[in-house]
Design a protein around this ligand. Structure first.
Ligand code: ADP
Length: 395
């Protein structure tokens, strides 16, 4: 097989997403997901040559799960040239993808308290893969790196300075790999040079964030110190009055752990609807008259519109709005409702184009004579593979 192969690994607390990416092929050679790691039901499923494969490995930890998966990846690849690891939080120290040296691994450890659900499992994946493939280059691609270009007035909170200088408390932003990929792809689709283009990007998946991108750089984003700030998400509340937490504690005796679980796992679309965190389920329920599902959708769209309008302050002009992520790429209703709230911007969708852009089909969905709106399917694995190879080439 010609072209280099990169294995992309994205480790979660009980899952590992992986993809084998060849630099010369559009399709991934293998794409899979190991789930319920550490439990008796631990299993992996993957797609190879259009075929679905499955393997159980009861009670396997991250290291054992990877050890079981990698021989299949190796066999399919023939040769492996590098491993790219998705890392969520690199703090202020990491501005771009880099080799996972002991110093960089230590930075990921130092930032674990800021991303307790993401950095520790990421480290497990890195350690396991480095042990299995010590001779290969291992590169970290960080969700926070793209947002390191935000100006201080966008990333600082209005709280005493020492919290920033001594404890690194500031806004970092996440989903950077997707925002970067989508803003570049959007510029390409619109025929504009990346270094002279201004976008609002809405990444709407289970986690949701929006970013203002100017000339290929992030200028502001909705997520902050952690991935809880900003938009309404599947199970995360997004912005609430910061006093809510104090109120819940003081008046109702909620512990810190309880508040964290409430705001990260039981809120958002799930919390409002009482039904599901899944937008497809909510749209269906709302069409059948479920009022709570309908309200969850209304809050989601209004808050998204409000955040996009706020982010426009970071742009010198607007070349277009880009939708991506599972909801952004598929939910025609959500795109329409959101733009209906932004009348001042003069957005208008072409209904047929909006309906046509789903299931991986991207394109222009705005009506002629109105500001550009594009659906741009994201591809974080491709972006991680590209950045991994760029780091390898630079050495
Ligand atoms: P993750 O952030 O886990 O990668 P995705 O980007 O896959 O998540 O997005 C998942 C979300 O996309 C879910 O809320 C799902 O319901 C939504 N979604 C996927 N397809 C559709 C669809 N056809 N219509 C509405 N929502 C959809």
């Amino acid at each position: 097989m010609s072209g280099r192969n990169v294995l992309v690994i994205n480790s979660g607390s009980s899952s590992i997403k992986f993809a084998l990416v060849n630099e010369d092929q559009d399709e991934f050679i293998i794409e899979g997901l190991a789930e319920r790691i550490g439990s008796p039901e631990a299993e992996v499923t993957w797609k190879q040559n259009g075929e679905k494969k499955h393997l159980s490995f009861p009670n396997a930890d991250h290291s054992e799960a990877l050890a079981q998966i990698l021989p299949y990846v190796q066999e399919a690849a023939g040769h492996l040239d590098a491993i790219g690891h998705r890392v969520v939080h690199g703090g202020s120290q990491v501005h771009k993808a880099c080799h996972l040296t002991p110093e960089v691994v230590s930075i990921i450890e130092q930032n674990a308290s800021l991303a307790p659900l993401h950095n520790p499992p990421g480290l497990m994946g890195i350690e396991a893969a480095q042990k299995l493939y010590p001779e290969l280059p291992h590169v970290g691609v960080f969700d926070t790196a793209f947002h390191q270009t935000m100006p201080d007035y966008a990333y600082r909170y209005a709280i005493p300075e020492e919290l920033y200088t001594e404890h690194g408390i500031r806004r970092y932003g996440f989903h950077g790999t997707s925002h970067l990929y989508v803003s570049r792809k959007g510029a390409e689709m619109a025929g504009k040079p990346v270094n002279d283009s201004c976008w609002l990007v809405a990444h709407l998946g289970n986690g949701c964030s929006a970013t203002a991108v100017v000339n290929g750089e992030s200028r502001d984003t909705t997520m902050g110190l952690t991935p809880l700030e900003g938009l309404v998400m599947g199970t995360r509340s997004g912005d609430v009055d910061p006093s809510l937490q104090i109120h819940l504690h003081r008046t109702f005796g909620y512990s810190a752990q309880c508040v964290e679980t409430l705001l990260t796992k039981k809120s958002g679309l799930l919390g409002v609807s009482g039904l599901s965190n899944d937008m497809r389920t909510l749209i269906e329920a709302s069409e059948q008259g479920n009022e709570k599902a309908a309200l969850a959708i209304e809050i989601f769209c209004y808050r998204l519109a409000k955040s996009l309008a706020a982010l426009s302050c970071a742009l010198p002009r607007l070349d277009g709005l880009l939708f991506t992520g599972g909801i952004g790429e598929n939910a025609t209703l959500i795109r329409k409702k959101t733009l209906d709230h932004m009348r001042i911007f003069n957005f208008k969708l072409d209904d047929a184009a909006n309906q046509a852009c789903t299931r991986g089909t991207g394109g222009t969905i705005s009506a002629e004579g109105h500001p550009l709106v594009l659906v741009v399917p994201t591809n974080e694995e491709r972006q991680i593979a590209n950045e991994t190879l760029a780091v390898v080439d630079a050495n």
